[in-house]
Design a binder for this molecule. Sequence first.
Ligand SMILES: *Cc1c(COP(=O)(O)O)cnc(C)c1O
Length: 446
Amino acid sequence: MTRFLGEPDVAGYAALFGSTVVKAAVDDVLRDARACVVHDRRAVPAYDALLTGLRSRLAQVETESLVPALNGSGILLHTNLGRAPLAPEALEAMRTIGEGYSNLEFDLQAGVRHSRYARLGALLRSTTGAEDGLVVNNGAAAVLLVLDTFAKGREVIVSRNQLIEIGGGFRLPDVLARSGATLVEVGATNKVYVRDFERALTVDTALLLRSHTSNYRIEGFTADVAARDLAALGRRAGVPSVEDLGSGALVDLTSFGLPHERTVREAITDGVDMVVFSGDKLLGGPQAGIVAGGAASIARLRANPLLRALRVDKATLAALAATLRCYLEPQGHLRIPFYAMLATPVERLRERARALAARCDARGEIAAADIEAYAGGGAAPLAPVASAGLVVRTARKSAPEVASEMRAREPRVVARIAHDATIVDLRAIPEARDGDVATALVRALA
Ligand SMILES: *Cc1c(COP(=O)(O)O)cnc(C)c1O
């Protein structure tokens, strides 16, 4: 036992999880070895073999919990890697509110109960231009709440070119069915007109739904219904319109060289009654789902008992508020890591890539290269962001092996694989962590 605990990496695990967990793992490994000797009449394993067994057991224990990783995938808002990293002020707010008590559901002036759902109204008004806003657990929950409140047992008209499936099994027709609403599809896959919506209106129509086609494009012989026209039709017919924007940009992405991504404010200006978007995509905040829109519609959402099952936690509200406040100052959004990453000049990334290649490449296996990154999070799916990074090719290991070893231990780097090479994109990796990238690279190529 003492010999195992004297190994520096095993001692590292003991510092991370506590020595009880590590001792239990040692006991497991020794017990398995004894069983092999007794039952299978095998030779007593050597210390090194036992140590290898212990290491893989501890590595498994570690990755079952949440561990940090550097994102070298080149996808800035990667759902599998936790989407948006938080701004320093958001982290600070989570700490301040999280470490003690707050007025989460309490009116400090009157000394009576208050609604947590009213907390971010003012900030959402000033950042989106909407009359009011409401925050729930995530974007999917926000869509569900809108459908449940307005469309249960009634009809929702959706254009056939927007019946989306996004990641994680969120398929619009299924979500509609789950909420007890009837989907009324209109138009053709490539062409949809306002008159298609108009003809489908009945006394049972509850909502006109528009959805951001966040992961595909329909190109060629196409026609689409503008949100403005759909919202106007809804007002004429007395039917609320809702737009699932998905990523929910609050700033214009063209200032970062990306194609224009419809902002929440534009959707509100177009007259859409309720706009739904995520907190952890282009907004750059914590996981949350936001509905911004008309005061009467938001009030109806607030009155739905289902809200109780979708409610957000105090730390989320604190982080979201702090993130939204960044947008109220000129250039304040550049303090949000996602925008800081987008704003980094590609020349700076090239310099870092060259320095890393020079530092780690002992055998001519690592090259600095210009590559392409993507925003992710359903934003600008086809528009690359100029980036730079490292292309690793070695005759000694396959690209998946190199990538796997970069992920195996602290510091962990998630790379991508293309054309039989392991590629580490630097755009989503903070410059201060380049030393860790070097450590992971050298380890993987050892
Ligand atoms: C991402 C997305 C959602 C779901 O939002 P989550 O916050 O991931 O639950 C819904 N609709 C669209 C169009 C999206 O892009």
